[in-house]
Design a protein around this ligand. Structure first.
Ligand code: HEC
Length: 222
């Protein structure tokens, strides 16, 4: 009996020592190739993916989401998305930037991938980012309202056409909050006019002159 127990304890210690040896060998030997040009081994990819999904689903949901997102939230989220996300994740009718295809893991095309996640999970991902993937956390330096608008837009993304997206983002000249333009001095006339007459649809929004001083000023208000 005593001998069995001693053998058992020795077995555990040996296993731990082998584990530590493997760990230190990986860290010090340089045998593991960190090049982003090389795909993850299937087991590594599975482990990272499974860990990410389990981690997110056990943490998402702490934030109270509205029952429905408003059209304004989706539209505000669209312009923020165009500025902060589209180069990595693409958008309806728009490929991601070429350099983002050199990332490992490759940022997924959210027009498709967003349908795999609940709104609460999408909110959590945008707010907190994803360690070891290159997905940034937007929570620490963006307003809660903006994170919510991005959540609204990404949740709506799988059903949007490229025309919908163009209509929401055309003439924005970067990231602006639509209502901020109203009530400003005469210089903003063309922007306000476009907003009133065209409901921000593409042709009317194009009436906003990109050289217009005020348009430049509002797009710089980040
Ligand atoms: C620098 C590139 C980059 C930027 C910018 C970026 N992301 Fe990501 N994002 C990633 C990467 C990489 C992943 C992880 C992919 C993986 O592990 O499968 C990811 C994952 C995600 C996921 C989970 C999708 C999935 O199936 O893995 C969502 C949702 C997401 N990002 C939303 C956003 C939003 C919204 C923005 C803008 C506010 C944004 N991302 C900006 C690179 C980026």
């Amino acid at each position: 009996m005593g001998r069995t127990l001693t053998g058992f304890a020795l077995g555990i210690i040996l296993t731990l020592l082998v584990g530590v040896a493997v760990w230190l060998t990986i860290a010090y030997s340089g045998a593991y190739n960190v090049a982003a040009t090389e795909r993850h081994a299937d087991t590594v990819r599975w482990t990272l993916d499974k860990t990410m999904h389990s981690s997110i689903s056990s943490r998402a949901g702490a934030v109270a989401l509205p029952e429905d997102f408003t059209e304004e939230q989706v539209a505000e989220g669209a312009s923020a998305y165009a500025e902060y996300c589209a180069h990595c994740h693409g958008a309806p009718g728009q490929d991601p930037a070429e350099w983002s295809r050199g990332m490992r893991p490759e940022p997924p095309l959210l027009v498709e991938a967003a349908s795999e996640w609940s709104a609460a999970e999408i909110h959590w991902i945008i707010d907190n980012g994803l360690k070891m993937t290159g997905m940034p956390a937007f929570g620490p330096h963006h307003e809660a309202e903006e994170i919510m608008a991005l959540t609204a837009f990404v949740s709506a993304l799988p059903g949007l056409t490229s025309e919908d997206y163009e209509g929401m983002t055309a003439g924005e000249g970067g990231h602006t909050h639509g209502q901020d333009r109203d009530g400003e001095d005469g210089a903003s006339a063309s922007a306000s006019e476009a907003a009133e007459t065209g409901n921000a649809s593409a042709p009317a929004a194009e009436a906003v002159d990109p050289e217009d001083d005020d348009a430049a000023a509002t797009s710089a208000d980040d």
